[in-house]
Write a protein that binds this ligand. Sequence first.
Ligand code: UDX
Length: 459
Amino acid sequence: MAVIADQCPDVQVTVVDINQNRIDAWNDSDLSKLPVYEPGLDAVVQRSRGRNLFFSTGVDEAIAAADMVFISVNTPTKTKGLGAGQASDLRWVEACARQVAQSAQGHTIVVEKSTLPVRTAEAVKAILSAAEQSVDSSQRTFSVLSNPEFLAEGTAISDLESPDRVLIGGEDVVAIDALASVYAQWVPQDRILRTNLWSSELSKLTANAFLAQRISSINSVAALCEATGADVREVAKAIGTDSRIGPKFLQAGPGFGGSCFQKDILNLVYLCRHFGLPDVADYWEAVVKVNTWQQHRIARLVVQKLFGTVTGKRLAILGFAFKADTNDTREAPAIRISKDLLDEGAQLAIHDPQVDSQQIARDLKLPASTAPDAEAGPTRAALSGEGTWWPTDDIASAVQGADAVIILTEWSQYRSLDWSVLVSLMRQPAWVFDARSVVIPAEVEAAGLNLWRVGEGEP
Ligand code: UDX
């Protein structure tokens, strides 16, 4: 919404939330306190906030004044009840639709921005049309559009400023034109695609499923490379130069994380089963299964390389965010891998330049310990086989006394580590496990460290 405000100074954008703290943070004069860390977002907010971009808790007033309302609430996977573990939890979407139905005035275009299961618009429409028909609302009418968001975290601003495409699904041509005219202020017309509502909703799930499928495909090939002596980077380059395949999303790693891929595929799986397509459901579910398997596989091979046990051993985890340039840890591969290692009794020093330690504690469901003295030998907890972890602000103290460094996020500073210095801090024989292909192998090996890189077999 901030980019819409930035690109369209004649459009007034009001972002509303019932959470006062969050709105206060969006209004904070210190732009480093915005609730989301996203490169370039602070500059966009600075240019438009107070001009045509406003943040407020006045939900009803903002709805009443709006010509268009974007529903952009969270749609997490259901944790209980029908469809638990797969279907999207639509309670907040429904609550929004009801609030819009109640507070809107005149004609309102309601735009689904949240990622939603196919045919959700039907539910939104049903709620809105009940309001159209109620006795007190002779003035209220609605059009429902689907306008899914394809931005990726870390590159959100450039993705929004020059999108590959903008997708608008709906039936009301006048409403579609109105929304298209907003985007047309900075997006070329041929990139504004118009579809029916259901195609638009399904396209978002499918785009994420295809992207995630590429990652599971390359990760499955990485395991085969390690077994056969091939190198997944060479294979990825070789297949990526085929213009029909293309080079993007072929980076093998610790598996995909983030708020979208797993959630959207599980949603797709649920829909396929619901519509009587169990084989199609199984096909897509395998993408998530390979992803989980890859994370357990990495934890397992760390244990195997460290003589079959990590109990009481200090390991440095470099990177906890699900990818670089974000502080987001939702579904981060580091969570599952760290948990597996903690279950094995490891002592983890965790470093991430953006993720705070409370977040890590929530993700691991384990409070942080204080960093033990690297010189003082194993702690009592370590000897009893209890896994512990502590946060570290600098890489050297994470690595101090460690038997292994495990790189799980591709932060740029991990690309230029001086292994000839770090090796002297570690207990020998020491390992580097590079799940993101960021190190220069010759440098690690020249320092006398053992190296495992994802998808690198021994020729
Ligand atoms: C994704 C989609 O890209 C975006 O279009 C959609 O709107 C939201 O979901 P995001 O989750 O922000 O965006 O990140 P993305 O860059 O797609 O990465 C997702 C995960 O895949 C990360 O964990 C990343 O490390 C991993 N990944 C990506 C790989 O392991 N290899 C790759 O080649 C690319």
